[in-house]
Design a protein around this ligand. Structure first.
Ligand code: FAD
Length: 387
């Protein structure tokens, strides 16, 4: 083993998965989090088999499976006339094809399962309500009482750990906004599928919806172009931001517009993305998750990549001495993340297509068999770390 102790900045999905993954290799960690307690803003999350495979290995999945829902399918449908365009089977099909389940859950279900496992792991120590301004190992040692061999920047899109890595990525506003809200099952109109994830597609926008067991309701995320905003997530959607939402979905099916107009307390999430850049300093500090590669949610893979990162990092540092382990981690993960980002870009183009592109897209999708849709995703969902 090349290291014995790490300090992880940030107790989000990336940070907690890393702490558990390192502990599984016998490496202890301090996890430092600015929030006084861990609660997740936002509502729903899709977790694909590449991520749930890792969570199962870490022993966290059973806790999650008790609460989540496994969608029967992931459906693409027209936002103009509600017609179904393509259907990717999930449920038992996903378990069989990709060897791990596909689930939809409340974000706090994942956060609490990771937190519970971390608190029960003697090799992990969590420090809440501590905001880090510098990730210098000596400064961190003064806080935790132990100098780390490795510093992991898992502090999200507005990472301060990035300052310790020369030529690290920068984040910028993508030009797209996500409006997020929930709706109770009792109030849900018929076009919201009780059994699966649906992405309704339309010109310059799309709407993702899926049921959430935990709240007996639906999670809805509407994504469209929008004006730049402050560096923050989860702002309240005031009257102007609501008007912007309805404007972006003008021309959509009446039932969808009715749901958007009646949304209770929608939150307004400007979407940021990271540029390419270095993820490690060639010595002792590495960036993971959104700190390294914040991406648009067009392939619902940001948290999945954070989970893969944490597991992959532990795999490398347990086998190879620093700094080679960090170089290997960076090289391997960059290839994977670049492919996921490219897939997201493709989805963005296809989901928001207009005019003749939209007609072509609908035709191509309607000709795709479930088998061919699934085969397209084998590289993503079937991925195993350490292969
Ligand atoms: C609209 C939307 C929908 C999405 N849907 C999906 C989906 O369905 N599936 C999926 O896989 N992904 C999805 N994502 C992406 C996913 O939410 C993120 O990629 C993921 O949460 C990133 O996790 P992280 O741990 O890297 O960062 P974060 O979750 O941002 O965690 C960072 C942590 O670090 C802490 N921190 C920050 N700075 C400091 C500091 N200086 N000192 C101490 N602590 C600090 C923060 O408080 C926070 O707890 C979606 C994203 C959006 C915006």
């Amino acid at each position: 083993m090349s290291i014995t102790h790490a300090t992880i900045v940030g107790a989000g999905v990336a940070g907690l998965t890393t702490a558990l993954s390192l502990a599984a290799k016998g490496i202890s960690s301090d996890v430092i989090e600015q929030a006084p307690q861990l609660g997740e803003v936002g509502a729903g999350l899709q977790l694909s088999p590449n991520a749930t495979r890792v969570l199962r290995t870490l022993g966290v999945l059973p806790d999650i499976e008790r609460q989540w829902l496994e969608p029967r399918s992931i459906r693409l449908a027209s936002g103009i006339d509600l017609r179904s365009l393509a259907d990717l089977p999930a449920g038992s099909f996903a378990r069989q094809r990709w060897g791990a389940p596909y689930g939809v859950l409340h974000r706090s279900t994942l956060q609490q399962a990771l937190l519970h496992a971390t608190l029960n792991e003697p090799l992990c120590t969590l420090h809440l309500a501590q905001r880090i301004e510098t990730v210098d190992p000596d400064a961190l040692a003064r806080l935790t009482g132990r100098r780390p061999d490795l510093v992991v920047g898992a502090d999200g899109a507005w990472s301060v750990a990035r300052d310790a890595v020369a030529e690290s990525p920068t984040v910028s506003f993508s030009g797209n906004i996500a409006w997020r809200f929930t709706i109770s099952t009792a109030q849900a109109p018929a076009f919201l599928s009780r059994g699966g994830v649906t992405a309704h597609l339309g010109p310059r926008a799309h709407l993702v919806s899926y049921p959430l067991n935990e709240i007996d309701g639906f999670n809805l995320v509407a994504i469209a172009a929008g004006a730049k905003s402050a560096e923050s997530w989860a702002l309240q959607a005031d009257a102007a931001r609501r008007a912007m939402l309805l404007d972006q979905f003008s021309g959509w099916h009446r039932d969808i517009r009715t749901v958007l107009a009646g949304a209770d307390n929608p939150t307004f999430w400007p979407l940021y993305q990271a540029t390419d850049g270095r993820w490690q300093n060639g010595r002792d500090t590495v960036l993971i998750g959104d700190a390294a590669h914040a991406m648009m949610p067009f392939s619902a893979q940001g948290a999945a990549m954070a989970i893969e990162d944490g597991f992959s990092l532990a795999h490398h540092v347990a086998r190879t001495a620093l700094p080679s382990a960090l170089a290997r981690f960076e090289t391997e993960r960059k290839v994977r993340v670049a492919r996921v980002k490219a897939r997201g870009e493709f989805n963005r183009f296809a989901y928001h297509a207009r005019g003749p592109f939209r007609v072509g897209r609908d035709l191509v999708l309607s000709l795709r068999s479930p088998e061919s849709l699934a085969a397209d995703l084998d590289w993503l969902y079937g991925h195993k770390i350490g292969d």
